[in-house]
Design a protein around this ligand. Structure first.
Ligand code: GDD
Ligand code: MG
Length: 340
């Protein structure tokens, strides 16, 4: 079975972080988000991946290449101008066969894909959509079902008065190939707003796979910070760090930490960092690779991407700093998102 990753969106809600990096490459604990997704999919024996790209495709292709370094085979499908989620699926048609999986590329979840596929096969649906429960569905695609789990309505980004359930489209689908015949070619199409409602009207059987697994869309700075906190707090197991849950401090290779610095768990510090005298880090901070933090600075509940320099006596809280930024001395940043 193949998996199609929709990874062409611009990630505007993460600006300015996504000026220089496409959203699927945003680091999570210092590894691109998409790397974890590939690792997760491969864990279910799915090792052929089709990547649908549009915004800054080179960065993604240069990193993943043919996929062999990650134990998968990757096919690339690149749009000249955005075709939307449905158009991107149609555009990948030549790579897809029988039954396949589709993923939004800005989510992190541990939904059991084996269960999802078994459920799809057992129901005889042409499309199965994984659903997750959220407190406020307004930023997502609300999905209504009957008691058997058959989908009865879609309301993408519902207005408050349209909210009838907390279950939303989790951005993971199982498709039968013949569904592609319903998607028009060569123009922008939204799978959520156009294809799914169209399939419903045509009486095509669509089922919902409801679950209570961990799930997050990292498309906003707030959610991006929340994901890191969930990992640091041990609520979600992330494959690329070995978190020692006793002291919950991770320090990478060749990093110098001044003996007078104070590290308050949970935190993660990358490779080749220099943490100066009397620095306080934590609770909850992710410091990328090659970062210098000057004396007396204080960083908590923040994420700093690789190559940054933080001066002395500066305070960062609830803040995200993009690649290679410099923050001067005695600066105070809270709830900021800073990038070139
Ligand atoms: N190739 C390609 N081309 N990919 C695209 C395009 C496009 O034109 N537009 C969006 N994508 C990709 C994005 O990169 C992302 O991985 C995915 O499609 C979804 O786009 P978002 O922009 O992140 O959509 P959303 O978060 O507002 O809503 C979607 O996800 C929610 C769950 O996170 C919808 O599917 C909602 O129904 C859903 O609840
Ligand atoms: Mg999204």
């Amino acid at each position: 079975m193949k998996a199609l990753l929709l990874a062409g969106g611009k990630g505007t809600r993460l600006y300015p972080l996504t000026h220089s990096i496409p959203k699927p490459m945003v680091p999570v604990l210092n590894k691109p988000l998409l790397e974890r997704t590939i690792n997760y999919i491969k864990g279910y024996g799915i090792d052929e991946i089709v990547m649908s790209l549009c915004y800054q495709p080179e960065q993604i292709m240069n990193y993943f290449k043919d996929g062999s370094r990650f134990g998968v085979k990757i096919y690339y499908c690149i749009e000249e101008s955005p075709l939307g989620t449905g158009g991107a699926i149609k555009n990948a048609e030549r790579y897809l066969d029988d039954t396949f999986l589709i993923f939004n590329s800005d989510i992190i979840t541990d939904i059991n894909l084996r269960d999802l596929i078994d459920y799809h096969m057992a129901s005889g649906a042409r499309v199965t959509i994984a659903l997750t429960r959220v407190d406020n569905p307004s930023a997502y695609g609300l999905v209504e079902t009957d008691n058997d789990g058959r989908i009865t309505a879609f309301k993408e980004k519902p207005r408050p008065e349209e909210i009838t359930t907390n279950f939303i489209n989790a951005g993971i689908y199982v498709f039968e190939r013949d569904v592609l015949d319903f998607i028009p070619a060569g123009r922008e199409v939204s799978v959520e707003k156009e294809v799914y409602p169209g399939l419903l009207s045509a009486g095509v059987k669509m089922y919902a796979y409801k679950n209570n697994n961990y799930w997050i869309d990292i498309g906003t700075p707030h959610k991006y910070l929340e994901l890191h906190n969930s990992i640091l707090d041990g609520l979600f197991t992330y494959p690329f760090i070995e978190m020692d849950y006793k002291n919950r401090i991770v320090i990478g290779k060749n990093s110098y930490i001044s003996p007078t610095a104070k590290l308050i768990p949970p935190i993660a510090i990358g490779d080749n960092c220099y943490i100066g005298n009397d620095v306080i880090i934590g609770p909850r901070a992710v410091i990328g690779n090659n970062i210098e933090i000057g004396p007396g600075s204080y960083i908590r509940n923040s994420i700093i991407w690789e190559g940054c320099k933080i001066g002395s006596g500066s305070k960062l809280s609830n803040t995200i700093i993009g690649i290679n930024c410099t923050i001067g001395d005695n600066k105070d940043v809270s709830y900021g998102v800073i990038a070139y």
